[in-house]
Design a protein around this ligand. Structure first.
Ligand SMILES: Cc1cc2nc3c(=O)[nH]c(=O)nc-3n(C[C@H](O)[C@H](O)[C@H](O)COP(=O)(O)OP(=O)(O)OC[C@H]3O[C@@H](n4cnc5c(N)ncnc54)[C@H](O)[C@@H]3O)c2cc1C
Length: 391
């Protein structure tokens, strides 16, 4: 496999005008400093609380880099552009922080709307939802702990199950697959129980439902092994999206505060090993699993391509997908899609104020010495040079 594959910036940035590249350069230059990102996120929250009109600044700076539009209509324009490069899209109406039954119903309605529109567009094979968009964190936590639910909670669970089921029914009817995001480790076992139940029901011949597995958690190879044997016992096709995991600091500080073992791998090297072991396990069992690898890591992307080659799996095998988030690692997405692999971009959209937690997570992820920014910056500078223009 060529080491230079991801250096092809011409293809990676073909959709970017000079101006939009300049905007990206400015943003990645700012967010490469963790202190600025930390301070910025505190200030954003503070100003929003005081109802300061900062939305236009966020829209121009962060939103335009990491989100595709305020509504579905705007987002579909990006879907169309990406499809010309053999890139498929996952539309995500991305709002967080739902707490009331009314807001869970609203989230369900929006997810079903996205499923229906995906069904009309062959460039959108998947949709996605966050479990805490359809049910309360508190309830998932109680289930995760194996605690007995009281009558009120039992009714609440029934409503959550009904929402999950309506969502999956709609996917089945409309021929659209669905990814379920993973969240904090202390609620995830509650989510897993529910998702596994629906995989038995809906993943009969093919995976309709994909659960997310965060490989920064120490025990997740065991979970994949469990899922394989559980699926064989219950005759369903396990669908998984593997990622490294996005809530490291929150996880570490909670375990410290409450005095339990840190569930996250002790080092980045350990997380990388876990992640790469997961790829090896999934490729070895690719006839059972349908899987999506959500990562911006070039080495992991190379590893997956190499493993597929070694196992004589065709680039476009329908069971294996690569995925990256919009606004990040276009050098991976565009270049591997060009080689015929199945690649998706996850496209978040929604009102600016509602996607702010997502935008802050993306800024944090790109921050830090080992963060993504420096790679993005190098590539953008390289492209400026290639276009013979000044940054
Ligand atoms: C399509 C897609 C979907 C995603 N969906 C989810 C989701 O549902 N839930 C979710 O939590 N995340 C999700 N993510 C984000 C993902 O978990 C990672 O945060 C992000 O992709 C960065 O990891 P990486 O593999 O791209 O690359 P890298 O930049 O190589 O890895 C960074 C990651 O390594 C881990 N890490 C960093 N430092 C350390 C350390 N000191 N010790 C241990 N581990 C460390 C962290 O997980 C960090 O995010 C998604 C990402 C993509 C691309």
């Amino acid at each position: 496999m060529s080491n230079n594959l991801f250096d092809n910036t011409k293809l990676a940035f073909e959709l970017k005008s000079n101006n939009s590249l300049r905007k990206s350069l400015f943003l990645f230059n700012i967010i490469k400093y963790p202190l600025i990102v930390k301070l910025g996120s505190v200030l954003i929250k503070f100003f929003l609380k005081l109802k300061f009109p900062i939305t236009p600044i966020i829209k121009n700076l962060l939103f335009d880099q990491f989100c595709v539009g305020l509504n579905e209509k705007e987002s579909l324009m990006t879907v169309k552009k990406l499809s010309k490069y053999n890139l498929r899209s996952i539309l995500h109406y991305h709002v967080e922080g739902y707490e009331s039954e009314k807001s869970f119903d609203k989230c369900l309605a929006n997810t079903i709307k996205t499923i229906k529109s995906a069904s009309k567009n062959s460039s959108i094979p998947f949709t996605v939802f966050k479990p805490t968009g359809l049910g309360s964190l508190k309830l998932f936590h109680k289930i995760a702990q194996g605690l007995v639910l009281n009558d009120r909670e039992k009714e609440e669970l029934q409503r959550v199950e009904k929402r999950f089921d309506s969502c999956f029914q709609s996917c089945k009817k409309n021929g659209v697959k669905i990814l379920i995001d993973s969240e904090e480790s202390w609620i995830q076992p509650g989510v897993d129980l529910l998702v596994e139940k629906y995989m038995i029901k809906y993943n009969k011949k093919d995976a309709l439902i994909f659960n997310t597995v965060q490989m920064y958690l120490k025990n997740k190879i065991k979970y994949l092994e469990y899922l394989l044997s559980f699926s064989k016992k219950n005759s369903f096709v396990p669908g998984v999206k593997v990622v490294r995991g996005a809530y490291m600091e929150k996880e570490r500080s909670r375990s410290k505060r409450l005095g339990y073992d840190d569930p996250i791998c002790n080092s980045k090297i350990q997380t990388d090993k876990n992640f790469n072991d997961a790829l090896k396990f999934l490729v070895k069992n690719f006839e059972y699993f349908n899987f999506i690898v959500g990562s911006h890591n070039e080495k992991s992307s190379h590893l997956l391509m190499d493993l597929m080659k070694k196992n004589k799996i065709k680039n476009n095998n329908k069971n294996i997908w690569f995925a990256q988030l919009y606004g990040m690692s276009d050098q991976i997405s565009f270049n591997i899609a060009n080689l015929g692999y199945n690649v998706c971009k996850l496209l978040p959209y929604g009102p600016v104020n509602e996607v702010i937690p997502y935008l802050i997570r993306r800024a944090e992820e790109n921050s830090s010495v080992r963060g993504q920014s420096s790679r993005e910056l190098d590539l953008i500078k390289k492209e400026f040079k290639r276009r013979r223009i000044n940054s």
